[in-house]
Design a binder for this molecule. Structure first.
Ligand code: ATP
Length: 269
């Protein structure tokens, strides 16, 4: 099951320059994850323990995974990703073992960043009545906490977790020595959207496209939406038999991506 349950990347090919509108977050992640990996002696000399884990929270598609991958890239660390909801849904009865395996592999591949997406699926506040499924979730969480408590904060394995629902997290995971740094990764501002658009149009053949105007028009869009808009705009050009992308392509693409976003919203239970 290992190959399906975790994604291992020896050195992700994402750098901080591929991330738009998250300067503050990048600065913070560098300080709490990168610095302890690259200059552990600083912490040693001053006599403080670097954080073991960082929690990123914010809406889907804002770049949490990108941030984690970029840190791994910049520190020459390998990257292991697991997804909380998959741990407890797809691998019933295996969640705790999988967590154990992930930490073991991380130590072998150190320096290493473990990225746990959707951590709320294994670490939400305890429900009153423990059904069979909840007990499985509980065991997975216990294993995660035990693994985190069991490794050195000065070591070269760091954990980055992500969630859209920080409000439902079990406070146990936020205790000192666990995920004791919390960084918000919000939807981008207009300026942030412009930066993200610049990143995703870097290799596109644009003709009279006003990215500033597009940034203004896309209030409420996250990075993933903006990337989709760029791709859709390119598709409109291809369908039209052109090798360049126009402002009209972008306007049509914005419409299309908005419509999809609206549908997804109404689909939600
Ligand atoms: P989720 O919470 O759904 O896992 P996420 O916050 O981890 O989402 P990513 O998976 O990092 O989001 O983003 C999805 C894609 O959207 C990225 O691969 C990237 O192409 C684009 N993207 C998202 N945010 C940004 C950003 N800040 N700058 C540039 N591209 C972005």
């Amino acid at each position: 099951y290992r190959a399906m349950a975790m994604e291992v990347d020896e050195r992700p090919n994402i750098s901080f320059s591929d991330i738009g509108g998250l300067e503050e977050q990048i600065k913070e992640v560098k300080e709490v994850v990168e610095l302890p990996l690259t200059h552990p002696e600083l912490f040693e000399k001053v006599g403080i323990e670097p954080p073991k884990g960082v929690l990123l929270y914010g809406p889907p598609g804002t770049g949490k995974t990108l941030l984690a991958k970029a840190v791994a890239h910049e520190t020459n660390a390998s990257f292991i990703k697991i997804v909380g909801s998959e741990l407890v849904k797809k691998f019933i009865g295996e969640g705790a073992k999988l967590v154990k395996d992930v930490f073991k592999l991380a130590k072998e591949k150190a320096p290493c960043i473990i990225f746990i997406d959707e951590i709320d699926a294994v670490a939400s506040r305890r429900t009153e009545s423990l059904t069979g499924g909840d007990r499985e979730v509980q065991r997975t969480l216990m294993q995660l906490l035990a693994e985190m408590d069991g490794f050195e904060s000065k070591g070269d394995v760091k954990i980055i977790a992500a969630t859209n629902r920080p409000d439902i997290l079990d406070p146990a995971i936020l205790r000192p020595g666990r995920f004791d740094r919390i960084i918000e990764v919000p939807a981008p501002s207009e300026e942030g959207r412009l930066e993200i658009l610049k990143i995703h149009t870097k290799n596109m053949n644009l003709k009279h496209v006003d990215l500033k105007k597009i940034a203004k028009m896309t209030e409420g869009c996250v990075g993933a939406d903006l990337k989709a808009i760029c791709t859709e705009a390119g598709m409109f050009a291809i369908r039209d038999g052109r090798e360049y992308v126009t402002m009209d392509d972008f306007l049509a693409a914005i419409e299309k991506v908005w419509a999809k976003k609206r549908d997804n919203k109404t689909d939600r239970p």
